[in-house]
Write a protein that binds this ligand. Structure first.
Ligand code: ARG
Ligand code: ZN
Length: 475
């Protein structure tokens, strides 16, 4: 903020003195946004408002070609800035002028515009590119996944690099248009609504268009391409529900449907607990077996591994991923160390669903985890979930100790304050970012309790904490 103001003032002074605007001091944008776990994720010096991603995909060969247009505003004078991206770039233009660019490190693309950028200036950045994403690895790792009939761009926190250039960090959210040309008879799923039905644009090729009109973190943008059956319906809140099922689900197909088709019901129940649903559409996508090891809360339309339904229906994973629409997608981590705010609350939503459906109260689940599942000598208790480290971002402790910590907060402040806290957090931070510390502050303000001891024991210390009333047995 302050730097932008200084730049603007300097511009004015120079204009008054008759000096060309180009003479204003411009500096390189930072190569990272300042995340302590991932120093080079995201970038500094500009703020993106919209991504327009236009792609063509060849499922047989995994060839991807595309043009992404980024609408942004410079937050400082810039003589160069970075994008996060891995594929081969063929051109970059900034406000119409051809820019030069070079790769730095693995996913950094350094862009030098033809003319320096002024602080506060609007930017239109057009990047054309191509590649075979499954062949591009970073330290031996490729997040883009080929399936028997297509591909998946689904991962957290790294996925955008493999399919569109971006400011890749949840601190810079933007709206999205994502349109993909694929061979006729292939389906393309992504976030949000379809502003128009799929259209055949070339002999043998159909364009699928998807639009996200609420701010979205880059890791939540997804593409699922392949052979899918779409099921469309209207939710009780009037929104469109689009679910999609791989043609290859076999015995998983019916338990998957018996779970995913409950999405609208789950979203309605969660809206009662967390506050109004923050997005414009709902749904879920179930991908072929043996292609994905997890489910992910992609904004408006979560993606699920088929294996979640191997033992039958699984409403809990639907509850978990949709709870993330509030905790993670609308209110996002400020830095990745705040991951407890995502996984602890999505896991606790499962406990609340269990309580709601009569399958066991949250207290019964807490007692089971505390007294049976995780004895004091279990290394489970070594993970400091309030700052777990990049290697433990998705450790089971972030989920299960996370849910237990949420339950301890509920016990400490009582149900009235607790459910008020959930709604006030999602309302005041809607479409933004939050930290563990800000959550503690709000909990303390609403309840009037000092929660330092509880947060220190459950979030910021290794070892099995005492329960809130000081007992050892969970009661
Ligand atoms: N946020 C996802 C979930 O809770 C987990 C993603 C795990 N990501 C990964 N690459 N393993 O369900
Ligand atoms: Zn989760």
């Amino acid at each position: 903020m302050r730097r932008a103001f200084v730049a603007a003032a300097a511009t004015l002074a120079l204009v008054l003195a008759g000096t060309p605007a180009q003479a204003v001091a411009a500096a390189p944008g930072a190569p990272g946004i300042g995340d302590p776990y991932y120093q080079d994720y995201g970038n500094g010096g500009y703020d993106v408002s919209h991504y327009d991603v236009r792609l063509r995909y060849y499922p047989d060969t995994d060839r991807l070609t595309g043009t992404t247009t980024i609408l942004a505003k410079a937050t400082q004078g810039l003589d160069r800035f970075n994008l996060d991206f891995l594929l081969t770039v063929s051109s970059i233009r900034v406000n119409g002028w051809a820019a030069t660019y070079e790769r730095q490190g693995d996913h950094e693309l350094v862009v030098t515009p033809a003319r320096p950028i002024l602080g506060g200036q609007d930017l239109t950045i057009v990047v054309t590119y191509q590649g075979t994403p499954s062949q591009v690895d970073v330290n031996g790792y490729t997040a883009w996944t080929r399936t028997p009939d297509g591909a998946l761009a689904v991962n957290e926190p790294e996925i955008a690099w493999w399919w569109f250039p971006s400011n890749d960090h949840p601190l810079d959210k933007a709206t999205f248009d994502i349109s993909t040309l694929v061979p006729n008879g292939t389906e393309v799923l992504s976030n949000g609504i379809m502003p128009r039905p799929p259209v055949q644009e070339l002999a043998g090729w159909t364009r699928w268009s998807w639009r996200s009109s609420k701010p979205m973190a880059t890791y939540l943008a997804f593409l699922v391409i392949g052979q899918y059956e779409l099921r469309t319906d209207t939710a009780p809140n009037g929104q469109q529900v689009i679910n999609a099922y791989s043609d290859r689900l076999g015995a998983f197909a019916e338990p998957a449907r018996a779970s995913i088709e409950r999405t609208a019901e789950v979203v309605e129940w969660e809206s009662g607990v967390f506050g109004p649903y923050p997005f414009e559409a709902q749904g879920g996508v179930v991908v072929p077996p043996a292609t994905l090891g997890f489910a992910l809360e992609n904004q408006t339309r979560s993606v699920y591994a088929a294996e979640f339904f191997r033992r039958g229906s699984n409403p809990y994973v639907v509850v978990h991923e949709n709870a993330h629409q509030w905790f993670g997608d609308s209110v996002s981590v400020n830095h990745w160390k705040d991951i407890w705010l995502n996984e602890g609350f999505a896991s606790y939503a499962e406990w609340l669903w269990s309580e709601y459906t009569g399958e066991g109260t949250a207290q019964e689940l807490f007692d089971f985890y505390y007294n049976v599942l995780y004895p004091a000598d279990d290394p489970f208790w070594d993970v400091i979930i309030g700052d777990p480290g990049a290697a433990n971002l998705f450790d089971v402790a972030v989920y299960d100790r996370g849910a237990m910590a949420v339950h301890q907060i509920r016990l400490a402040i009582g149900d009235d304050a607790f459910f008020k806290l959930l709604k006030e957090w999602t309302a005041t931070k809607q479409y933004g970012n939050g930290t563990n510390g800000q959550f503690q502050e709000l909990a303390e303000r609403i309840s009037g309790e000092d929660l330092d001891g509880l947060f220190n024991a459950w979030l910021y210390s290794a070892g099995k904490p005492l329960v809130v009333d000081g007992g050892q047995d969970g009661r």
